[in-house]
Design a protein around this ligand. Structure first.
Ligand code: CA
Length: 219
């Protein structure tokens, strides 16, 4: 999952950025409203974390423009303690949820999971496909109830293929889900992770769709 954080407060931004990276998300962080607009234009994000009080362009305007231009990804706004009017305006401008600063990181993680789940049309918190189950909250993956140990990238790759399962993902789309601007990406790294994932889960599940990409195939 690739997220965009828009936050001008360095301390808050650093703590969110570190925490989300350790939770297997690929995160890009911009510090003003114009930066947000530029980043959003490439359309790779699964979710937007948006502070409202921002330099150059206010968060509320970023949100309004994003929705007006057809942006469909979930938006979680970060508001100040006394920001009742901000919360209402944010939700009415197309935000999906809000968090009041300061917040606990565990609450942020849980809200992100809920928003992403809802957005992918999934009701169940644990993704189950055939004998495989994948829990985005605990990072546990099992096949026939046997725990499979995955690295952070392997887990992120599996999630990209499973949520929702069955869609074809091109190599570049997978790369965009797995890596942020900060990561240096070797040209074959997604393929390397696919190879490892097949070894751990069984080769039959990840199908190569010739000339297009990869797809999870349920057996
Ligand atoms: Ca701010």
């Amino acid at each position: 999952m690739r997220l965009l954080l828009v936050e001008d407060d360095t301390m808050i931004g650093e703590s969110i950025s570190e925490a989300l990276t350790s939770e297997h998300y690929a995160l890009d962080w911009v510090k003003d409203g114009l930066g947000a607009e530029l980043a959003l234009a490439n359309g790779v994000y699964d979710l937007l974390l948006l502070d409202l009080g921002l330099p150059k362009k206010q968060g509320l305007q970023v949100l309004k423009d994003y929705r007006k231009q057809g942006g469909i990804q979930p938006v979680l706004i970060l508001t100040a303690r006394d920001g009742l009017a901000d919360k209402v305006a944010g939700l009415d401008a197309g935000a999906d949820d809000y968090l009041v600063k300061p917040f606990e990181l565990d609450e942020l993680f849980a809200r992100l999971r809920a928003l992403l789940r809802r957005h992918s049309g999934r009701i169940q918190p644990i993704i189950t496909v055939g004998a495989l189950s994948c829990n985005p909250a605990t990072f546990e993956v099992t096949i026939d109830e046997q725990l499979i140990n995955l690295s952070a990238r392997e887990f992120a790759l599996l999630l990209a293929l499973l949520d929702p399962p069955g869609r074809v993902m091109s190599l570049s789309a997978l790369e965009e889900k797995l890596y942020s601007w900060q990561n240096e990406v070797a040209s074959n790294s997604v393929e390397v992770h696919i190879h490892r994932l097949r070894k751990k889960l069984g080769a039959e599940f990840i199908v190569n769709v010739r000339g297009v990409g990869y797809r999870w195939q349920h057996h």
